[in-house]
Every structure is written in C-alpha cells, then in structure tokens.
Design a binder for this molecule. Structure first.
Ligand SMILES: C[S@@+](CC[C@H](N)C(=O)[O-])C[C@H]1O[C@@H](n2cnc3c(N)ncnc32)[C@H](O)[C@@H]1O
Length: 296
C-alpha cells in the first residue's frame, strides 16, 4: 500500500474519505472537550491528580505498577495519562493531530513527558510507527465504531501484546447501540453489523458532552461490530480469553431515558435503564492475554 510520511503522521494515500471526514470531526471536538465546560471529562480533577477513568475500567484493568502500556484511540490523553501516573510507561495513539498535540501538552503540564509518549497515527498504520510490544494494550468507550474493519482492528490490537501480556477493551454494547431513542422509545434502527463499505452516516453539529459549541465538520461515518467479531478477531490472532463481561451500566447518558446512578468505585455519575423497567446490557468489556510461551 502506498504511504507517505508527513511529520509523524503516516498518511495512507488509499485512506478512504470517511476516515478523513471522521478525523476532521474529531479534530474539532478536541478543543471543546479540553475546555470541558460541563465537566464531562473531568479535566480539572485530572489536573488535580485524579484517575478519571470510569470505575469499571479501573477495577478490571487492575494494578498497573511496573507495566508498559499502550492506549489505542487515546483521544487527548486523559485516560492514558491517568494510567501513566501508575504504570512504568505509556504510549498513546490517535489519528487526530489536535488530540495528540493536546495530549503531549497535558503530559508536559503534569510532568510525565518522560513516561508518556504520544503517536499520531490512523489505527491501521500504528504498527508502522511503533515497533514494540506491551504488557497491557487497552482501548475503551467509543473506539471500534470509528473503524470499518474489525478484523484489521483485531490484528493491530493483538499484535502489540507481548507474550504474557494482556489486552483490555470496554465499550458500548452493540445490542444497545443498534437502538435509537427518539421520543423516549428505544427502537432498533441500525444494523448490528455495519458493512465496511456502507457506514451509518450521522450529521450532528454538537458533541456528546452536553455543551452547545457548534462543530463545522458535523458529518461522521460509523460502524457497529458484533461482540463475537470483536472477540474472534483477537482470538484468531493468538490471544486467549480471561473474561467477557456485560454491564447494565455505562459511563455516559447513552439514551435520554437512562437513569443516573453513582459509580460505586469513583462516586461519579454513570447510567442504566430506570429502576422498574426491564434492564439490558449497555456495555461490555473483555480481557484477553497472550500465553507466555507463544511465538509472535
Ligand atoms: C470516543 S474517543 C475515545 C475516548 C477514549 N476512551 C478516551 O480516553 O478519551 C474516540 C477516539 O478515536 C479516535 N479515532 C477515531 N478513528 C480513528 C482511527 N481510524 N484511527 C485512530 N484513531 C481514531 C478519535 O480521534 C478519538 O480520539
């Protein structure tokens, strides 16, 4: 595949337009998310030293001491740097130049530039820039919906896990993501398996943090992938399953009808179907590992 190198961004000349369209949208969101007017991201708390990851992620990722960690689709680095405070080293990857610039600035501001490195790369090109394996690779909350090919994701994700290392993933449950909540009614609207060449197209000129700021690049292309494809894409690359969990709660208000409850780990808001209504899985998470004796 023809590639050019521009600064630290590998540009695939065959990169489909929808990836470029999504990047423009994400680039614009960075500044709004950094300002964090509604406190959605907890930027202030983070600068005060708090680990701002959702409780489920903290609990399931466990003790990070002494680990070399890779965070794929790291956005502007809050989760990455929360991990950096506890791990031996962290590498973050994202395809948004503004996100990577912001992440590097934050790392400097909290004095962790020596332990946290950030790479600008489209997910599939990350292995061409980062020639290392890690003790723990993770990606969470709104990750694979931006990727047309879940099998390519599985290869990249698993390819960074060293023998004896682990891979953690947590995201919205596809059974919930297929629903639309117009008029407070949850109705299936999106295919549970979006074809790579036929993404769902959205036009929303605000972001999900609850502020009014307008986004000029308001169009996005997104894909849903079944849980089985997420899991099988990693298993077929030599990882083994440690756990797969489904959760009735999710860290953001995915549907207007969701009820706010308190995350028992962080004391912050997270959400579930209202009490008295039928509960459904809103999120899933999984941990896999590469056996120690395996060849890469
Ligand atoms: C919802 S955010 C993930 C949030 C993350 N949990 C965090 O720590 O803030 C999705 C991220 O994926 C990135 N992204 C989307 N498509 C990508 C791609 N093809 N390659 C690399 N990064 C991508 C976006 O720039 C954005 O930062």
């Amino acid at each position: 595949m023809p590639r050019t190198y521009s600064g630290d961004l590998v540009i695939d000349r065959l990169e489909p337009d929808y990836i470029r369209v999504n990047r423009a949208n994400w680039d614009e969101r960075v500044e709004i998310h950094l300002r964090d007017e509604m406190g959605f991201y907890g930027v202030e708390a983070f600068l005060d030293g708090e680990d701002v990851r959702p409780g489920v992620e903290k609990e399931e990722m466990g003790d990070l001491a002494g680990l070399d960690v890779l965070h794929l689709q790291c956005h502007f680095g809050l989760d990455t740097l929360s991990v950096a405070r506890q791990a031996r080293s962290v590498v973050g990857v994202d395809f948004s130049p503004k996100a990577i610039t912001a992440a590097r600035d934050l790392a400097k501001r909290i004095g962790l530039s020596d332990r946290a490195e950030f790479f600008l790369a489209e997910l599939c090109t990350a292995p061409t820039l980062i020639n290392r394996k890690f003790d723990l690779v993770f990606s969470t909350w709104g990750a694979t919906i931006w990727l047309p090919d879940i099998w390519a994701w599985g290869e990249v994700f698993s390819g960074f896990v060293k023998p004896g290392g682990r891979a953690y993933f947590a995201d919205a449950h596809p059974s919930a993501s297929i629903l639309d909540d117009t008029d407070d009614l949850l109705m299936p609207k999106y295919s549970w398996r979006t074809p790579a060449d036929c993404p769902d197209r959205f036009e929303e000129d605000t972001t999900y943090t609850g502020v009014d700021a307008r986004i000029e690049n308001y169009r996005t292309f997104e894909w849903l992938h079944p849980i089985s494809d997420h899991l099988n894409s990693l298993l077929r690359c030599g990882l083994q399953l440690e756990f797969l969990h489904e959760h009735e709660t999710i860290p953001w208000k995915m549907f207007q009808s969701l009820e706010e409850i308190v995350d028992p780990v962080t004391g912050k808001a997270h959400y579930r179907m209202p009490k008295g209504r039928v509960q459904m899985p809103l999120a899933f998470s999984m941990m896999l590992y590469r056996p120690k004796e395996s060849q890469l």
